[in-house]
Design a protein around this ligand. Sequence first.
Ligand code: SF4
Ligand code: SF4
Length: 205
Amino acid sequence: MGLRYKFTRTGVRCAADSDSAKKHQQFGDRTRKLSWYEMIQDLVQIRLLGEKKRPENERFRRYLKAHDHSERRMRRIAEEIEEEIDCTVCANCCRVATVRVSDRDIDRLTRHLGITRAEFLAQYITLSDEEGRILHRKESGCVFLDGNTCTVYENRPDTCERFPHLVRGNGSIASRMWQFIDRACYCPIVYNALEAFKAESKFTR
Ligand code: SF4
Ligand code: SF4
């Protein structure tokens, strides 16, 4: 079964099909226990639960807007979850999300690869109607992904460096909650953070 959606790192969701779900690497069935929350890291479970909880997550987004909460506490929770999850084992965002690139990203990547800008654009960039310049994708995900390794890691685009934009993002977590509903379907950090935020804020499911 392919993914029903193509995910983007800028939070736009569009109908498309992808075989990348078949290629999801699983973390196995292990779960890790923080002192206050049991994390799920299995990517198949994350996808199923993230989709199932879309309506609940939408309600939670509205709940956060209407109720007082501590941004500092939410950031601390998000940091704690980021520290617990090893992105080099996961790399799921590199498989399922598109990457928009800026001029600065392109300059850095052309220097890194030792090729001209024209060569870079021809070999590595796809023009998307919705998103503009995005990194070319193979069936297995981003053109720069090799197994679970980013082959341009030191010079990867800014959006990759900051992904999933939970702790490092502009504005409060609550104001950016709209982005996280999609990401909770494929990113273990986001899925677990939303669940932990709900528990922390006494949200009624
Ligand atoms: S550039 Fe690297 S970090 Fe960014 S999506 Fe591609 S493989 Fe992943
Ligand atoms: S940011 Fe999320 S999806 Fe990407 S590698 Fe880390 S845990 Fe996986």
